[in-house]
Design a binder for this molecule. Sequence first.
Ligand code: SAH
Length: 395
Amino acid sequence: MSYKRIILKRGKEDSLLRFHPWIFSGAIHQKDTSLTDGEVADVYTHDGKFIAVGHYQPSSIEVRVLSFEERNIDESFWYERLSSALKMRQSLGLINAENNSYRLVHGEGDNLPGLIIDIYADTAVIQSHSVGMHLAHKQISASLQAVMGDVLKNIYYKSENTLQGRDEMVMENSYLLGGKSVNNVALENGLKYYADWEKGQKTGFFIDQRDNRALLGKYAKGRSILNMFCYSGGFSLYGLRGDAKLVHSVDSSAKAIVLTDENVKINFGEDDRHKSFAEDAFKYLRDMDKDVYDLIVLDPPAFAKHRGAIKNALQGYKRLNAVAFEKIKTGGVLFTFSCSQAISKEAFRLAVFSAAAQTGRKVRILHQLTQPDDHPVNIYHPEGEYLKGLVLYVE
Ligand code: SAH
């Protein structure tokens, strides 16, 4: 089957020849006037050669490429891509008796731009970030069931808030499979946690910090830990398991604090070492005494949601880190992160450097962190690298 056509301006195929999966509106010479939002379209060079097939969406990124080969985008396409994603996770050893939560599909990183699928034990959460993926979600869900087999008892579709400005579409969050008596306790490296995909943030849990949390576990012994921006307490659980002296979890969201307390409880029962606070990060950091903590985690939400916000975001990272440098004990370890895609690794490091310089503390970089292997970066799409972190030793 052939799809409606989009023709590029002369010379605008270069990035596609290097397999970059986005076509910006400025590259388009002509398109079939009957193309509708989210429709699959074939893309041709100015000289009439086929170059890609993808989802059309009138916006600055006008086509998200699904394949550089001419092919139908049907159930067999979804089946192939999802099987390949699963095969990679299996080969990485991510799915085992200790760990049953992972990201199965990470958008461009799995050659499926606009699609996220997270797995929590026997539940999959599908999230569309493009109209094309939204229109295909039933096909995707059917293929997902075929690929995963009996393991999957529930599929939750959660795209209500990820397709802004497309109000005309009905995107109510709902179960596409199961949903009656869901078991929402998942396992990460042997730790239990509730993944609240119905009411929680994102798809229910921040899977992307798994490896970084495990690293914190190694530094926890005997330390007093502040887990700032804790959400459901991921880092806190590793701290407690790693024999921390005390762990304080802080988040401005009261719901997040409830989740954190529940997660501590299902792993450690009533544990006096843990306390949680529903408070604003900047207020908490300003008000807290010096030299209380010798391990601080700063994992704020994305300060820059788009390129226009970069300058303010960098100021924000600098301010936040400066207070941590001021207050952390001598010999303390700071885990500091940015998940803003628009902020580069270098820019983030510069912001943290400026914060350190401002406080005059001696600081050494122990680790440079990023997203884990179930959040792969397509080498042709460097924009997919979004999580960056530094582990710092502060004298
Ligand atoms: N570290 C977490 C993920 C953090 S997500 C984990 O491992 O799961 C960012 C969190 O910051 C969210 O839970 C959000 O509620 C919280 N947050 C946003 N603004 C805040 C603020 N000003 N003060 C404290 N917490 C804030």
